[in-house]
Design a protein around this ligand. Structure first.
Ligand code: ADP
Length: 374
């Protein structure tokens, strides 16, 4: 039986472990917090910091393979493990490339992959030299994720809010749609695509409001999305599961925003709505089985369950019973012991072939299910 480790014990790790139950695999998880969502679902839990060289190396050295559920891991340790023959999914070369947004942008332009015009800066004072890119978004190269480390710069006067470190100044795209395209690659380089999803954001929190699958885009835009995502992933030369995030602009041009080299929030719905979920797919890749069927069983919407404003502490799921009664609604609560405003506490996937029915139910769930404290 193969021994496979996961770096990170958050909700994505938890869902990976749920899918692992179908296969003969001995699962290991490394995470700092022994009350994390994945801790009690794995065979062996190791408490340690995924950013620490020794913690990652010692965790990985007796395993057959290792994967990640978050990018913020010690890549030096993974590289040493890879040199010693432990299979790392994705390959550490891809993790290094993606970890740094400046390097990632350069990768896209080096491979003629469309992406928003940009400049790489070392300090905010350099913004003045690139005023042709304004209005822009300024992104710290290594500073953050989930909206942290991204700063709008609409005019030169905003440059004072910029980052004084390596960063990407990127021309603001007039976004018509945000799309995520998941691509799976096996050890032999064979690639399969899931139907792309369309993401609808809550502007105030910079978090996903709901996500529709398949994305409602014309055929010619779909072809561009697929071709671009395949070009992104093909040039990685790595097996694994990748989520390519793209913008469709006002002229229906498609631009890559960024790529996640791992199972991704934009694939939550594949658990119920697709024949082979993204989690099932990654196990097939790691364990050397044939790739799964990415086709949808039904169309779907996915709604995040987010901690309400003004509530920090032990979570109470108000409206849960009502949501559990909605036809074809699948509730996932991640078992986090503490809620706080904006924290992802779970998600709900709804299946239906009627788009109106999906949107209606997504709104109903958002209005009904609240994470509060008593
Ligand atoms: P993170 O890594 O924190 O998710 P992103 O680079 O994905 O950061 O940016 C977060 C959000 O900011 C995107 O989902 C998008 O809505 C917006 N954004 C990012 N880049 C641009 C851009 N060039 N033009 C317009 N909006 C952008």
């Amino acid at each position: 039986m193969q021994k496979v480790g996961i770096l990170g014990g958050g909700q994505l790790g938890r869902m990976l472990l749920q899918a692992a139950a179908n296969y003969p695999v001995e699962t290991h998880v490394l995470e700092n917090d022994d009350a994390c969502p994945a801790a009690h679902l794995c065979r062996y839990f190791v408490k340690g910091d995924i950013r620490d060289f020794d913690a990652v190396y010692n965790f990985g050295k007796s395993l057959d393979a290792i994967t990640i559920e978050i990018e913020n891991v010690n890549i030096d340790a993974l590289e040493k493990l890879e040199q010693e023959g432990i299979k790392v999914y994705p390959r550490t070369s891809v993790l290094r490339l993606i970890k740094n947004k400046a390097r990632q942008k350069k990768y896209y332009t080096d491979h003629q992959i469309p992406t928003a015009a940009y400049a790489i800066l070392q300090s905010a004072t350099e913004i003045a030299d690139h005023s042709h890119l304004l209005p822009a978004v300024h992104k710290s190269a290594e500073g953050g994720y989930d909206g942290r480390g991204v700063q709008p710069i609409d005019a030169l006067a905003d440059a004072v809010n910029g980052f004084n470190e390596e960063s990407v100044l990127e021309k603001k795209v007039v976004i018509k749609k945000e799309i995520a395209q998941i691509v799976a690659v096996d050890e032999a380089g064979k690639m399969v695509l899931y139907p792309p999803v369309e993401m609808v954001f809550n502007q105030s929190l910079n978090l996903l409001d709901y996500q529709l699958c398949p994305a409602d885009i014309p055929q010619n835009v779909l072809w561009k999305v697929e071709a671009i995502a395949l070009a992104v992933v093909r040039n990685f030369h790595s097996p694994g599961l990748f989520a390519v995030e793209l913008f469709v602009d006002a002229a229906d041009d498609v631009l890559v925003n960024e790529t996640a080299p791992r199972v991704h929030n934009s694939g939550h719905h594949t658990i119920e709505a697709h024949y082979s979920s993204q989690f099932d797919m990654l196990w097939r890749i790691i364990l050397g089985y044939p790739l799964g069927n990415t086709k949808k069983i039904l169309s779907s919407v996915m709604v995040n369950i987010i901690g309400s404003e003004g509530h920090t502490g032990t979570p109470v799921y108000e409206g849960l019973e009502e949501v559990l009664q909605i036809d074809n609604a699948f509730v996932h609560l991640y078992g986090k012991l503490q809620t706080k405003p904006g924290r992802k506490m779970g998600h709900v996937t709804v299946l239906s072939n009627e788009k109106q029915d999906l949107i209606h139910k997504a709104n109903k769930i958002r209005q009904t299910l609240k994470v509060i404290t008593k």
